[in-house]
Write a protein that binds this ligand. Structure first.
Ligand SMILES: Cc1cc2nc3c(=O)[nH]c(=O)nc-3n(C[C@H](O)[C@H](O)[C@H](O)COP(=O)(O)OP(=O)(O)OC[C@H]3O[C@@H](n4cnc5c(N)ncnc54)[C@H](O)[C@@H]3O)c2cc1C
Length: 445
């Protein structure tokens, strides 16, 4: 295959949600034209839409995602703050992290996230990307399949949903598949004679219930968020984030398909049943602003594009189309943002050759850390189905001990939170200055 020039003609992005928009921004400086094709009619306001049903549920933006989004779209966090988001302070100070059954010590991690609704984040992102001179966002346009010639993807076949239902071919040098966790690769690739990626799943059967309540001064010691992670003993949890409009978004969740009640009294009972007692205080003396909304998330899934030998030129997957993880960890948007940065770098440095040869491995490496964290934690929970290796058991034992030490040691706490926020790799928990403190601790077994 001949070497391709670093500057591309047309790039088609299939899917106009977080991963698609960020990828469009990433490649826009290396292409003459970027066309984002989104199946939904996209709203002009921060409103829900059918293609992203998860967007009404609590979404936190981790520091890793914030850095990546600001790198792709300078001033993005400022724009969110202007629209009402909160982005002040270190996640180790402004948040309360109940992990492994106890409260992690306050600590300096050197990293800050953003507290904002997913609807406002995506709306702001869409406005910023739509304003890029080479990007066009086509709404209500369904991508049906790829077109290919001689081992190379040459474009897509698309259908307008509102006007002419006839299929049209849109030619491109590169197709970015940002169609989300359902993914299209298992159909699109075989249809052009290529192999689809192997897929690994962990069945977690998680049930989400989300509501909003008015924020009151002094709530949770005026912190920005509370995370109450599930443990093997309490396979239920909560995430509450203070977002724009002086409200808390509050999600309660349970593993193993345990139902979570939707009515106000049931919510209160569920909130009292998580590790962090302070979660229930958000429902004291105030009514939820709306009926609770439910969501079921059956499994984590990961597709191994990096192992495909016949991955065609001119195709790249990004975001949930590669890996969709337990949402309670809040990794998804950040992974998508980091992958978009990697995709832009590959296009800019070596065009389609780099996109095929290097990008899938880089994208997999970005996912690896998060996959390790989630796998390690979820496989300990009752009702979660997946294969636990001997290494998983040993690592799990070490991490549980580390979590206990993190309740009183700010150095270990910062190491734990930096990994959780994806600004450090899981291996850093074995660094000598951390391991020595964990192993030396008494009573932390
Ligand atoms: C309940 C829940 C809570 C979560 N909480 C967090 C959190 O706190 N923090 C975090 O970072 N992440 C969180 N996530 C994960 C996050 O929502 C996803 O990782 C993120 O949305 C991935 O973006 P994406 O663009 O890859 O996919 P999606 O957001 O799913 O978007 C896919 C897009 O592709 C479009 N599409 C699909 N097929 C076609 C087609 N054929 N043609 C054209 N368009 C198409 C869809 O309409 C949609 O717009 C959560 C997920 C869930 C389920």
């Amino acid at each position: 295959m001949s070497t391709t020039p670093a500057r591309l003609g047309t790039v088609v992005v299939a899917g106009g949600s977080v991963a698609g928009l960020l990828s469009a921004a990433a490649v826009s400086r290396h292409a003459d034209r970027v066309v984002v094709l989104e199946r939904d009619f996209l709203p002009d306001t921060p409103a829900p839409r059918p293609g992203t049903p998860q967007a009404i549920h609590t979404h936190g933006l981790l520091p890793s995602g914030r850095f990546a989004m600001d790198a792709l779209l300078p001033g993005f966090t400022d724009a969110l703050v202007e629209a009402g988001a909160h982005a002040d302070g270190d996640v180790g100070i402004v948040g309360r992290w109940w992990v492994g059954g106890g409260l992690v010590a306050e600590c300096e991690t050197g990293a800050g996230g953003v507290a904002v609704s997913r609807l406002l984040l995506e709306h702001t992102l869409r406005s910023r990307v739509a304003a890029l001179p080479t990007v066009e966002i086509r709404t209500a346009t369904d991508v049906a399949r790829l077109t290919a010639h001689d081992g190379r993807v040459t474009g897509v076949v698309a259908r307008d949903r509102d006007a002419d239902p006839a299929e049209r071919v849109i030619e491109s040098d590169l197709v970015v598949d940002a169609t989300g966790r359902a993914g299209r690769a298992h159909r699109w690739l075989p249809a052009i004679g290529a192999t689809p990626p192997d897929e690994e799943r962990i069945e977690i059967g998680i049930r989400y219930v989300t509501t909003h309540v008015k924020a009151v001064d002094g709530d949770v010691g005026d912190r920005m968020f509370v995370i109450s992670a599930a443990t093997p003993e309490v396979p239920r949890g909560a995430v509450a984030i203070r977002q724009e409009d002086a409200t808390w978004t509050l999600t309660l969740f349970a593993y193993g398909d345990e139902p979570v009640p939707l009515d106000a009294d049931g919510l209160r009972r569920a909130a009292e049943n998580v590790v962090a007692a302070e979660v229930a205080t958000l429902l004291d003396d105030r009514e939820p602003l709306h009926d609770a909304l439910a969501y079921r998330f059956p499994d984590c899934r990961r597709r191994a594009f990096e192992r495909l030998r016949d991955l065609p030129f001119g195709y790249a997957a990004v975001g949930d189309a590669i890996c969709s993880l337990d949402p309670t960890f809040g990794h998804g948007m950040s992974l998508a943002a980091m992958q978009a940065v990697a995709l832009g770098r590959a296009v800019g440095s070596g065009g389609l050759d780099e996109v095929r040869a290097r990008y899938p491995r880089e994208a997999a490496r970005i996912v690896d850390g998060a996959w390790t964290i989630v796998r390690g934690a979820d496989l300990q929970l009752p009702g979660v189905v997946g294969t636990q290796t001997r290494a998983d058991v040993l690592i799990g034992r070490y991490v549980r001990r580390l979590q206990r030490v993190a309740r009183r040691d700010p150095v270990v706490a910062a190491a734990l939170l930096r990994v959780t926020a994806l600004v450090a790799r899981p291996e850093s928990l074995l660094a000598p200055h951390v391991a020595a403190r964990v192993l030396a601790s008494r009573g932390a077994r």
